[in-house]
Design a protein around this ligand. Structure first.
Ligand code: CP
Length: 315
């Protein structure tokens, strides 16, 4: 039995959201950002557990501040805190935490089945704050930032440069639900989107009139993009086996000369950034950059997700 009558919804993958729910969360995040949403205190009396097994500045702060702004209370766990370290199973951990917490926000980099095991109950909502294969709340933030700027997502032409990591995967799974979107990924050879996820996104794109293209070279790059997106080359919680990986990534650096063919494009970066690696300072700190608005939107989209996962914020 749930601890109270409010719904419990999990967000572990973008696949957990219907198209209507995705649009609702993007619109609600934008309304929080604009100050036009009536937040209220939908988490009053509820407790959010925030468990980060990997480092985080934005996501952890966004869900912590978001919980407090929505009237809830917080318990924070670091990587060494839970008895999973001494062998307690994920299933038992979820069963126990769900009797005390109302929401669990978690960042892991390990077995993707761990979060699904925690979610095998309907008392505590489980939110993926980044796992090895997907970073769904980052995609909500990214779509919110684009929706704020363009007033639409349909038909946007987006260029993604860099590793096909969990941010890229989530971006692909989210954007390919919007008709007319063209998402062009240029990923270094050997560092592309995972095949199964790329196929899922491509199927979605085909069914809604969007286009997903991925190649591993910077040659023959088309122009007129609305958006240029990159992420840092060393994805949080991962290491590269090839000692010469930087040489493979170097051609994919975002530099100002990309704007010659896409003069109106905005620049997005999920941050943290390493100026001089994946992006030059001229771009990250330049007039085309929305990266710090995007960082602020992490909190607005966290609030939208937190209220949604407990059945609030809907008409
Ligand atoms: N973009 C992002 O997830 O930032 P953090 O790693 O700081 O949470």
């Amino acid at each position: 039995m749930p601890k109270d009558a409010r719904p419990v919804r999990h967000l572990i993958s973008l696949d957990d959201l219907s198209d209507a729910e995705l649009r609702h969360l993007v619109g609600r995040s934008a309304a929080f950002a604009a100050g036009t949403a009536d937040a209220g205190r939908p988490l009053a009396g509820l407790v959010t557990g925030v468990y980060f097994a990997k480092t985080s500045t934005r996501t952890r702060t966004a869900f912590s501040a978001g919980t407090l702004r929505l009237g809830g209370s917080l318990i924070a766990y670091g990587p060494g805190d839970l008895q999973t370290n001494t062998g307690e199973t994920s299933e038992d951990t979820g069963r126990v935490l769900s009797r005390m917490l109302d929401v669990l926000v978690a960042r892991t980099a390990g077995d993707p089945r761990e979060m699904r095991a925690w979610a095998r109950q309907q008392r505590m909502a489980v939110i993926n704050a980044m796992s090895a294969e997907e970073h769904p709340t980052q995609a909500l933030t990214d779509l919110t930032t684009l929706y704020q700027h363009f007033g639409r997502l349909d038909g946007l032409r987006v260029l993604y440069l860099g590793e096909g990591n969990n941010t890229a995967t989530a971006l692909a799974l989210a954007l390919t639900r919007y008709p007319g979107v063209e998402l062009e990924l240029r990923t270094p050879p050997g560092y592309g989107l995972p095949t199964a996820l790329a196929q899922r996104a491509a199927r979605q794109a085909a069914s809604c009139g969007a286009v997903l293209r991925e190649s591993h070279t910077m040659a023959a790059l088309p122009g007129d993009f609305d958006v240029v997106y990159t992420t840092r080359w060393q994805t949080t919680g991962t290491a590269k086996a090839d000692p010469d990986w930087r040489a493979v990534f170097a051609p994919f650096q975002v530099r100002a000369d990309l704007w010659a063919d896409s003069p109106k494009a905005v620049f997005l970066h999920d941050l943290p950034a390493h100026r001089g690696e994946e992006v030059t300072a001229e771009v990250l700190d330049g007039p085309m950059s929305l990266a710090f608005e995007q960082a602020e939107n992490k909190m607005h989209s966290a609030m939208a997700v937190l209220e949604w996962c407990r059945g609030a914020g809907e008409d």
